[in-house]
Design a protein around this ligand. Structure first.
Ligand code: GLV
Ligand code: MN
Ligand code: MN
Length: 425
């Protein structure tokens, strides 16, 4: 697909009758649907995929999803926060919702996000083929900018929906080219004036189930193709801006320098050391931007972003406080200044235990496992009963091109989601 979808016949489902009474023989597979979008946003420079909120690739994927939903006679609506909902029948209260996101990290894998979306489409086909008619309203959802790969804050669509981020602050977030979220939404034909907590949309959600590729080795170790989520680590993002003195790389003696890159390097090393000292904690610097960024130029400033996670709020705060201290010391040692900003934070999520156990039992007792990755399901868990299904990832790698799920495990995921939707709806 490039600009418009070109799925092969085996990947498509023919339009279904609105009544949904008539079983259909044509069913899409998750793998087939993923193949149909495999050339959207593929990143030749980094490898993998770069699909960010409201960029060309993500808009193409949104259009593709809308077309797929309409082929299935789903009623497609985009909410005030840019999340796309595709309703089987009329939107209503106490609805069963499933879906995920279509955006990626820079150079990400093919499965993180899209697997949950294509599995939802394939599960609708399975349910239709069985002649299933939902008794509760049922909808698929695609959340906007889950990774924060463009505007910096993860789970923007679900945070806005749930009211856990200030809409004015969100609209003003800027991408590396200076384009704001508000401007990007306007360019995509959406009105950023509508951003913010959406009680009407929230009140329709009876429960949310997000299927996702597993992002670690839990299911490999348990030799299980599918599992359910138990919890998500507390996690957040902090921006450190070090300021020094820009100068000449050859003409400035070492003793005369105030090089913010040295302070930044001090933080990177301290982050690893400190996280290793707190059980289960993780701290990562994956993005560092020197200004002006010349080989023969001592930077005048360096911005870097810390991603820190741990089992609970106290441990995460301890790690970040100690890294803050180390950053301040590293700045002082080099005659630099540092400004630290918390850009986002979410406390530990423990998924609804009744829903988790019910789903595990309905799937024959599949394992429950924790994850260190953030999800829209984690944001919504504070508002509605929420669960996640994980599909085994044989590499254990995620947020990188090596992320993978075998076709038979994707199929097991679709069958599991179908079973779960049948039970819930
Ligand atoms: C998103 O996948 C995150 O964990 O940051
Ligand atoms: Mn991700
Ligand atoms: Mn994801």
């Amino acid at each position: 697909m490039s600009g418009s979808p070109h799925p092969t016949p085996s990947q498509t489902a023919s339009p279904h009758p609105t009544s949904s009474q008539t079983p259909s023989a044509t069913k899409a597979t998750a793998t087939g649907l993923l193949a149909a979008i495999a050339d959207v946003g593929s990143d030749r420079r980094r490898g993998g995929f770069s699909r960010h909120g409201y960029d060309h690739a993500e808009l193409d994927l949104r259009a593709w999803f809308v077309e797929q939903a309409r082929r299935r006679d789903l009623d497609v609506r985009t909410d005030r926060n840019g999340n796309i909902w595709a309703w089987w029948g009329r939107p209503g209260p106490d609805a069963v919702i499933t879906g995920s996101h279509l955006d990626s990290v820079p150079g990400g894998g093919a499965f993180d996000g899209p697997l949950g979306v294509v599995s939802a489409l394939a599960a609708v086909d399975e349910l239709r083929a069985k002649g299933f008619t939902p008794r509760r309203p049922l909808a698929l959802v695609v959340f906007a900018e889950e990774e924060g790969g463009r505007f910096g804050v993860a789970c923007l669509g679900s945070r806005l929906l749930a009211g856990t981020i200030d809409p004015a602050k969100a609209a003003a977030l800027r991408d590396p080219d200076g384009v704001s979220l508000g401007e990007a939404m306007t360019a995509a034909g959406l009105d950023p004036a509508g951003l913010g907590r959406d009680d009407e949309a929230l009140s329709r959600i009876g429960c949310f189930v997000e299927l996702h590729v597993e992002q670690g080795r839990g299911l490999i170790d348990q030799a299980a193709p599918v599992g359910v989520a138990s919890s998500i680590l507390a996690h957040g993002r902090w921006r450190f801006s070090f300021t020094g003195e820009g100068n000449h790389a050859g003409a400035t003696p070492i003793a005369d320098r105030r090089d913010p890159m040295l302070s930044a390097a001090g933080l990177v090393l301290a982050a690893r050391r400190i996280a290793a000292e707190v059980e289960g904690a993780r701290a990562t610097v994956g993005r560092l931007v020197p200004n002006p960024g010349g080989t023969n130029v001592i930077a005048s400033s360096v911005d870097l972003w810390l991603d820190a996670r741990a089992e609970d709020d106290a441990r995460t705060r301890t790690v970040v406080d100690r890294i803050r201290e180390a950053a301040t010391e590293a700045a002082e040692a080099e005659g630099c200044a540092v400004r630290i900003t918390e850009e986002s934070y979410g406390d530990t999520v423990v998924f609804d235990s009744t829903l988790r156990d019910d789903l595990s039992a309905a799937l024959g007792g599949v394992p429950a496992l924790p994850t260190g990755a953030g999800h829209d399901a984690g944001v919504l868990a504070a508002r509605v009963p929420t669960a996640m299904l994980f599909v085994r990832n044989p590499t254990g790698v995620s947020h990188a091109p090596a992320e993978h799920a075998e076709p038979e495990d994707c199929e097991a995921g679709v069958q599991a989601l179908t079973t779960v939707l049948e039970k819930l709806a």
